[in-house]
Design a protein around this ligand. Structure first.
Ligand code: ADP
Ligand code: MG
Length: 105
């Protein structure tokens, strides 16, 4: 994962709120919304860095800005996680994909 080169300024409240949501067992998808440049991606990266030790397989950031076909998202995420397709089974059905928590930003 690409680590931020500069420190996160402020955002203590938002950082705590995202961590709290991710800790909820029923939260599988969390979306950060706001105007471009407000710091959504920076906040998500900070969360991923902070969550490294909280999950058996860590946490990572998967850039999806260049993915224009939504049907390719599972494959792009799987590739970033090093998950390989098993035979004809769609990668999105893989157990590692089914138990992940995703933050969209
Ligand atoms: N809290 C912050 N502390 C330090 N730099 C920040 C912070 N929020 C945003 N930035 C920087 O501002 C720029 C835009 O932020 P970004 O996260 O890409 O915005 P968004 O994803 O909402 O469009 C990036 O260079 C990012 O690193
Ligand atoms: Mg962004």
């Amino acid at each position: 994962m690409l680590l931020p080169l500069t420190p996160l300024l402020g955002r203590e409240r938002e950082l705590a709120a995202v961590h709290e949501s991710v800790d909820e067992s029923d939260v599988r998808l969390l979306t950060l919304t706001g105007p471009g440049g407000i710091g959504k991606t920076r906040l998500a990266v900070e969360v991923a860095v902070g969550l490294q030790g909280d999950f058996a397989h860590g946490a990572t950031v998967v850039p999806l800005a260049a993915v224009t076909d939504s049907s390719l998202v599972p494959a792009v995420v799987a590739q970033a996680l090093g998950i390989r397709e098993a035979g004809q089974r769609p990668v999105a059905d893989c157990s590692a994909m089914c138990c992940m928590t995703v933050i969209c930003c």
